[in-house]
Design a protein around this ligand. Structure first.
Ligand code: PLP
Length: 356
């Protein structure tokens, strides 16, 4: 098959599977290209990386310490490892990415720190459950709770308010725990709440934020943002040891400049969120569909008959279904168009009509 045909077939399927199916947004691409001239010093000791760090400090309005790694699993795992000793534990939600989707990397990089997962409705913590988990035991046979890890936006597309984060942080702090935030979709949360990034991070008690880049429109890369600089001590060694120190760092850091300088990160997130809102509106009008969680970020989770989901797949639509029987996740990105949303809604209606 000639190359051009391959390219065509690679780009023509319909999908709401994940925001990481999207490409690189123009602003990130241009910033990467701008960094591609002349010789530049390596391993992060360069102008682009410095500027990217400054942009992150600007949007968070504080003098935080910033590190760039390749992906979210590394960001979360290394951040958690830096907060814990091997006999500590991290409290996270049942659905947390660190628990369900990181192949044990947080435990691996922290040399045995245990994840204790607790339930809560809508992908968010039930703080009474968190407190029970912290206080259940205090003997040396139980891994000592050390970190509370929140995901913002959550794995089911809901968003913690600033007040909810503060309440969780205060509870954590009252027992001497630190607060980690998995912000793979932090931009979507900021856009959804329309707040200052600081209000749902350090001002609400977050010590370390893993700030997502890839799902927001970059090729690769997440930033680990330490609001408590002491916690960042020797973090660069962890990055290097874990194979997360890019030698041509500028190509990971420069896109952040493109994302942050003109507030592209929020423009992308607002767009993805609004596509999800449109989709939720369309799907909720269909008889037989139940929206499973409030649509607050860039995803919509629905319950629909298995036969309808099967027909959608046969018609070429890609999406995830992993939450309960019949549950489907539709995820929007910076690249999703409102046309695509309407096409999907039409395809769902058609799949239902075949049912009768
Ligand atoms: C995608 C995602 C990550 C990062 O995953 P990687 O594939 O390791 O980049 C982390 N947390 C959440 C909630 C995610 O959805």
């Amino acid at each position: 098959m000639p190359d051009s045909d391959q390219n065509a077939s690679a780009t023509t399927f319909n999908q709401f599977a994940s925001d990481n199916y999207a490409g690189i947004c123009p602003e990130a691409w241009q910033a990467m290209q701008a960094a591609n001239s002349g010789y530049v010093t390596s391993y992060g000791d360069d102008y682009w990386t410095e500027r990217a760090c400054e942009q992150i400090r600007r949007i968070f309005e504080t003098d935080c310490q910033v590190f760039f790694v390749f992906n979210g699993t590394a960001a979360n795992s290394l951040a958690l490892a830096s907060l814990c000793r091997s006999y500590h534990s991290v409290i996270c939600h049942d659905l947390a990415h660190v628990e369900t989707d990181e192949c044990g990397a947080p435990e691996f990089f922290s040399n045995g720190t245990k994840l204790l997962h607790v339930p809560g409705p809508g992908g968010k913590f039930d703080l009474a459950e968190v407190e029970r988990t912290i206080t259940r035991r205090s003997d040396i046979h139980y891994p000592r709770p050390r970190v509370l890890s929140l995901t913002q936006a959550t794995e089911v597309g809901t968003v913690y308010s600033a007040t909810e984060i503060s309440a969780a942080s205060e509870l954590a702090r009252s027992y001497g725990l630190r607060v980690h935030m998995d912000g793979a979709r932090f931009a979507n949360a900021v856009a959804s709440l329309d707040v200052a990034p600081a209000d749902i991070s350090w001002r609400a008690g977050v010590d370390v934020l893993c700030l997502g880049g890839a799902k927001n429109g970059m090729a690769v890369g997440e930033a680990v943002v330490f609001f408590d600089r002491e916690l960042a001590e020797e973090f660069e060694y962890r990055c290097k040891q874990a194979g997360q120190l890019a030698s041509k760092m500028r190509f990971i850091s420069a896109p952040w400049i493109g994302m942050l300088e003109g507030d592209t990160w929020l423009k992308n997130a607002r767009h993805a969120n609004s596509c999800a809102a449109l989709l939720a509106e369309q799907l909720s009008a269909i008889d037989g569909i139940r929206i499973m969680y409030p649509q607050q970020a860039n995803s919509v989770f629905v319950e629909m008959p298995e036969a309808v989901a099967d027909r959608l797949r046969v018609a070429g639509w890609r999406f995830y279904s992993f939450i309960g029987s019949g549950g489907a996740r539709f995820m929007c990105s910076w690249q999703t168009s409102r046309d695509e949303v309407m096409q999907l809604a039409g395809a769902v209606r058609k799949a239902f009509s075949q049912d009768i």
